[in-house]
Design a protein. Structure first.
Length: 755
């Protein structure tokens, strides 16, 4: 993304229709202006639109990787093309330069020359204003064999070049003669980078929901939160110091605009006040919103002796405002609409042992208050709709064996309580928070069961619409399989389980159903399938909807692994099976349920596990349902550690752990086959963390959590950045204190064993 001197905004779409990228132009007020195609000038059938910058003369430059085939483009076997756009000539396009290496990041210096990085090495090509090559800055790699290239590039007023290396978690600082001036080890996967007038760096990480500001020495000045669960794709600084960050979230693409901080002392740092208490951890107890920082600390109240949380707003000038409440923090600080910030608290009464919950609230103007404590346990952080913010709490009454859900509604400093009979979510899949639709409507699923018994035949499910004016409930028979799901066309689906009790035998059978929220209420569709729904409805990109269903086998002599799992599709009349039942149940190593996963191409993946008592072993099966209906089954030893994790280029990853052999396996599954890799040890830290952890995908790079490796072992690295796939075979040598693995430096820390 780039911003012109006239305020127009230019951002690229990497590949349109999997062929050639485009440049979208917005007016200074954010309204749509036009879309510029580069297809006619690149000279190749496949060409990306990656980075974009605006020159001093107003021309717009776009970097492109070009190739004759999509496979060559993915393998970075093509060339680089720079396209120039003239905004003053009806956005006319022309080819500015063609380079031997696939072009990546761009930057412009004070003379108007264009600096071009690439994906194959750390060399920078400098182009004159007419597109001719001025020179090539030869920059040696940080270690022998590093060919990961450069993702982001910035140039300071003094001419220093800043190169981001996502695979290494580092920023490489390069002099104009190509020598390395410094290396900032920032961790994560630093992607885009920009520099402001005073030399501060702004760095985005596609695997993070924030942008980090660094000083000239690489020290962190602040971390700026964008929104929850978003991915920052770029960062750019305009002439007036305003920072623009495009990011991807559940509602599509957005642009965060961060105004420049004014009034700081000469050193650029303003210290806030000392705050009583201990921060829980930086990632959860600190939040930056605009020019202010919010900090949560936990202490013991001096007058009450009770656990107390303080939520403090620290402004850029060092002034602050605090609000306190009884209890300890529950989850992250959350920013809602209009700059209001919330911290959920939970408190256990020492006398009765009863759990209570409340919310600390503080606005950007310093107005703050505590909602007070309500009986019950919070379900996740607050959820904000268009005109109110909600905290969902539920409690269990031992005397009448009933559950009650409390909706704490916060509107303009006023707090309302609304109660609904039942638990939020479902009795089998577990409690679930409210869901916010793209239009701002907030939906909460509540299941009401007449008693604590396992007789669910009298259960009812309500889809509750939350608003500032109160609650509107729509109820139908059955228990919820999970929260509501909102399709792209606005359809609201609710998965249901129907229990049938045989009064003569006392046996209970189950059928799964689906209901749709219509104008007349929550309407269950008539066609059902045998089994129990697991989780909510999963919607494919084309709008078709799927549901995971478990068929229990409690017949005499059967074992738990004898149950089977079904993948069904939602139709106009209800549910219909898509596959034959697969042996096993969708349960992970930690006991959590594993609903089907759908990737961006609409391919569905169902993970199940089945045990064999005779061999004392467990087998995991991944069932792949292609868009054309083709079905593939992949099996591996061990219990699943979570469901499949989609990577890029159609690759997904499934991790398992076999406790009998202490072996972790990770399978890379593609349309053409499966490649399984074996690692010794537990997936996670079994000594300090009870929940095992599977692979994490960041900017397409897949990393398996902490395991104990063999002294010599081989792994295939799926190096998938920006949709490209490079498979390399590396030898991993585990040393006593330090491991060097394809550019990663991994430090052993004793005695916990954290990697």
């Amino acid at each position: 993304m780039a911003v012109g001197t006239d305020g127009r905004i230019y951002f690229t779409t990497y590949l349109a229709d999997d062929t050639v990228g485009e440049v979208v132009v917005l007016n200074a007020d954010g309204t749509y202006a036009t879309t510029v195609s580069i297809a006619d000038v690149v000279g190749y059938p496949f060409a990306s639109a990656y980075d974009v910058v605006v020159g001093d003369d107003g021309r717009v430059f776009v970097s492109s990787e070009v190739a004759d085939t999509l496979e060559d483009l993915s393998a970075e076997a093509g060339r680089g093309v720079i396209v120039v756009i003239d905004p003053d000539n009806d956005y006319a396009t022309s080819q500015f330069a063609e380079l031997a290496d696939p072009a990546s990041a761009l930057a412009v210096d004070s003379t108007g020359r264009l600096y071009v990085a690439n994906w194959n090495n750390d060399n920078i090509t400098v182009l004159n204003v007419d597109g001719s090559v001025h020179r090539v800055i030869q920059s040696e790699p940080l270690f022998e064999g590093d060919d990961s290239g450069v993702a982001g590039l910035a140039i300071s007023g003094s001419g220093l070049l800043y190169l981001t290396k996502p695979g290494l978690g580092a920023i490489k600082v390069v002099n104009q003669n190509g020598t390395t001036a410094d290396v900032f080890e920032v961790g994560g996967a630093p992607w885009a980078i920009a520099v402001n007038a005073v030399g501060h760096l702004f760095v985005s990480d596609f695997g993070s929901s924030s942008v980090v500001e660094l000083d000239q020495a690489g020290a962190v000045v602040r971390s700026i939160a964008l929104a929850q669960d978003v991915q920052a794709s770029d960062v750019t600084v305009a002439e007036d110091g305003t920072v623009y960050v495009p990011y991807l979230g559940s509602n599509g693409a957005s642009i965060a605009i961060i105004t420049a901080v004014s009034g700081l002392p000469d050193g650029g740092i303003q210290h806030g006040p000392e705050i009583t208490g201990t921060p829980v951890m930086v990632s959860t107890s600190t939040l930056a919103v605009g020019n202010a920082v919010y900090q949560s600390t936990v202490s013991t109240g001096s007058g009450t002796g009770l656990v107390t949380t303080t939520l403090t707003l620290v402004r850029a000038d060092g002034s602050s405002t605090s609000v306190q409440g009884t209890g300890e923090t529950y989850g992250d600080i959350t920013a809602g609409p209009n700059g209001v910030v919330y911290q959920t608290l939970t408190y256990t009464d020492p006398a009765s042992g009863d759990r209570q919950s409340g919310v600390l609230v503080i606005a950007s103007d310093g107005t703050g208050y505590f909602t007070g404590l309500r009986s019950g346990i919070p379900i996740g952080p607050v959820v904000s709709g268009d005109n109110a913010t909600y905290q969902i709490i539920y409690r269990h009454d031992e005397q009448n064996s009933a559950y009650t859900t409390t909706v704490l509604t916060i509107v303009d400093g006023v707090v309302f309580d609304h109660e609904v009979s039942g638990i939020p979510g479902g009795p089998i899949s577990g409690a679930s928070n409210a869901v916010v639709a793209p239009d701002g409507t907030v939906y909460l699923t509540v299941t009401d069961i007449p008693s604590d018994s396992l007789d669910y035949s009298g259960a009812t499910t309500s889809v509750v619409i939350l608003s500032a004016d109160g609650l509107t409930s729509h109820t139908t028979a059955g228990f919820a399989g999970g929260p509501v799901t909102i399709a792209s066309d606005g359809t609201v689906y609710q998965s249901l389980g129907i229990a049938h009790l045989d009064s003569e035998t006392g046996d209970t059978t189950f059928t799964a159903a689906v209901a749709v929220l219509e104008g007349t209420g929550l309407v269950a569709r008539p066609e059902t399938v045998t089994g129990i729904p697991i989780g909510g409805i999963v919607v494919r990109p084309d709008g078709s909807a799927l549901l995971t269903v478990v068929i229990l086998d409690d017949s005499e002599g059967s074992e738990s692994g004898a149950s089977s799992t079904l993948l069904v599709e939602v139709t106009e009349n209800g549910l219909t099976a898509l596959i034959e039942p697969v042996a096993g149940t969708p349960i992970a190593l930690d006991g959590s349920w594993l609903p089907a996963v759908v990737d961006s191409d609409g391919v569905a993946y169902l993970t199940t596990s089945a045990s064999n008592s005779e061999s004392d072993s467990t087998t995991t099966t991944v069932t792949v349902l292609q868009r054309d209906g083709a079905i593939e089954l992949w099996t591996m030893s061990g219990q699943p550690v979570g469901g499949v994790v989609p990577g890029s280029a159609g690759t997904v990853y499934q991790t398992t752990y076999d406790s009998t052999t202490d072996i972790t396996r990770i399978a890379a599954i593609t349309a053409s086959g499966s490649d399984t890799h074996t690692l010794a040890g537990y997936p996670g830290n079994s000594d300090t963390v009870g929940k095992p952890s599977g692979p994490v995908v960041r900017t397409g790079r897949e990393c398996l959590s902490d395991c104990q490796f063999e002294e010599f072992c081989h792994r295939r690295i799926q190096h998938n950045c920006r949709g490209r796939v490079i498979q390399r075979r590396r030898e991993l040598v585990v040393q006593r204190t330090t491991e060097q693995f394809s550019g990663f430096r991994l430090q052993w820390r004793r005695p916990s064993g954290d990697l």
